[in-house]
Design a protein around this ligand. Sequence first.
Ligand code: FE2
Length: 182
Amino acid sequence: MSPALDLDTKLHDYLHDAHAMEKSVLRQLGSLLATTRNQQLHAALERHQALTRQQIARLEERLEAHNEDPSAPGDVGAQFAAFFKALGSILRSDKPVRNAKDVFVAEHLEIAAYEVLERLALSARDPETARVARENRAEEEEMARIVSVNWDTVVDEMLAEEHLLEQAADRSKPEEVNVHSG
Ligand SMILES: [Fe+2]
């Protein structure tokens, strides 16, 4: 039998991971803001950047409440950076689409992390950390929701940038979508 892990140590690991994740997302948001021209997404990303700073502060408060040093390195940040780099090379240079997909994927990774952190915190009898996990998760869900109502716009922007919009069917009209040209 392996020695029993201390439950608090486990919670600290996950808190450090969430903290490193948010710091990586904050850097990512900076480069996404610089290349996102869609006004609604740009405004949402700006709001989310400010919220992400607050999320980081909330996680730091929880780490400090556990006498943990927030500056202790976590390895999730590097994993996140590598992940985005890999995504970028797969998706070539279609910026509007690439940015929206990056945000959508990042928010869902964050949502998953907070689903786990909330439950772990409850198991470790730390309802305040669970509350922070819920609060942060709600903000990620809102950001993901904004992306999800913009897919049509994002695809049209990509088609417009590549001068393909004139060839494109009106997706809202089944009779146009179902007619093959040529
Ligand atoms: Fe976040």
